[in-house]
Design a protein around this ligand. Sequence first.
Ligand SMILES: NC(=O)c1ccc[n+]([C@@H]2O[C@H](COP(=O)([O-])OP(=O)(O)OC[C@H]3O[C@@H](n4cnc5c(N)ncnc54)[C@H](OP(=O)(O)O)[C@@H]3O)[C@@H](O)[C@H]2O)c1
Length: 246
Amino acid sequence: MKLENKIALVTGASKGIGKATAIALAKEGCSVVINFKSDAKAAQEVLDECNRYSKENVVISADVSNEKEVSEMCEKIEQEFSHLDILVNNAGIFDENDNPTNVEAFENVFRNNFLSAVMVTKHILPLMKEGKIVNTSSIHGRLGHGRPTAAAYSAFKAALESWTKNLAKDLAPKILVNAVAPGRVATPMWGNPDAKEQKELGQVHLIKRMIQPEEIADAIIFLVKNDAMCGEILTIDGGMSLVTLG
Ligand SMILES: NC(=O)c1ccc[n+]([C@@H]2O[C@H](COP(=O)([O-])OP(=O)(O)OC[C@H]3O[C@@H](n4cnc5c(N)ncnc54)[C@H](OP(=O)(O)O)[C@@H]3O)[C@@H](O)[C@H]2O)c1
């Protein structure tokens, strides 16, 4: 798929992996809808950067864990562009209160990291005749033995991967659905680690460094361009899963 003049929505695009993906899509010539929840200044900076490479980029504030806001965002996209070619379900959170039995945290993570992708897809699909969907999972969705402070996070990334495959079966051949599963990526989700902290956090990878958000964006661009990948979960974890499995 050639990306020039395609319309792309990236959820959670004000920071981290979403930001890098929005900019990478703009560099390919896409018009990008930059969704964010709370950080309007950061979203504006992403818009300014995207405008250096492509036209008709827009910023839309919407909490993707709230179906009414999701629906309103998709209505705005319809008014602005009338259709969509590429959806990157990227928005996600890490809940500090996540633990194996904290029901409240499970509900919060479920809504922000899983149901959000289902709701955005539901409301955007009427605008997508053909194209690509990429979901952002995590290697923890498959390892199942992450920290106890990531129990809900891991569970709903696993759910996202299962849903990715079912959605792929449902939407092919017109719309191809895949996911990426990163290891530790140096983003604000980790509190903007400095070089020393990044080195320490990166020791769990065989590559002995954290992954940069642009490296995940590269993989997302690959999945969007490729017309044979369907229902795949592309792992970019610096070898972390091999280390953990011993
Ligand atoms: N970083 C990692 O090591 C890592 C590893 C594997 C997978 N992932 C996954 O990759 C995705 C992006 O992570 P990241 O590290 O780039 O995160 P990040 O740096 O914390 O950025 C999160 C982005 O999502 C947005 N967001 C959060 N909740 C939202 C909501 N309810 N509605 C709309 N936007 C929302 C934030 O917007 P505002 O700031 O404007 O609120 C921000 O733009 C997540 O799904 C995460 O689980 C990350």
